[in-house]
Design a protein around this ligand. Sequence first.
Ligand code: TIU
Length: 229
Amino acid sequence: MSTAPIQSKVRVIQAQPYELAFEPASTALLIIDMQRDFIEPGGFGAMLGNDVSLLRRAIEPIGALLSAFREAGLLVLHTREGHRPDLSDAPPSKLARGRGETKIGDVGPMGRILIRGEAGHDIIPELYPLAGEPVIDKPGKGSFCQTDLELILKNRGIKTLIVCGVTTEVCVHTTVREANDRGFECLVPADCAASYFPDFHETALRMIAAQGGIFGWVSDSASVIAALS
Ligand code: TIU
């Protein structure tokens, strides 16, 4: 039996609004929607009129964090936004939103847009999940809505989430809010999230850490990696 004091398991990440204390064994990396549909030309993000190249800046920092979590043997989860081929899980309001010429389910250069099983729906090769890493398919922006994410996290004893991915103010923010209300402590490394609107990215991060950390903590990949090593 170990004689190490329980305190020795606790680590600290330098963050805003103050340092986050965590235990590696109860901490998971949650990578949100790093899918070709959002990051590569011809997908959902482009269909909405966005410059998808703006999201690429998060790939390398997320990759570094992913390597650190894998090396430490910690839980890594990935999410994907998308729908069944018959669109039966897509709210009509979501399908109609934007009044664009191209819609969810239409055929694009990476297959049907935002549809499970299509090339565009898949995670980008740079951050591809390893066998055994849970992949959560979600129909909405939040990762807890109509998914088994909370069950998986609770069964693994997870208390702290390092949340990365795209976009900062949409799926990352919605997920952080959902997780916070479920009692998880969330930290977003600023360089591991990205938005089609850089000012929204900055403001979304400020919203998380404001008011004493109303939804969680904001830090960066180097600080998380330093705390793990
Ligand atoms: N449009 C946009 O900024 N985001 C999304 O539609 N989904 C995610 O953020 N994943």
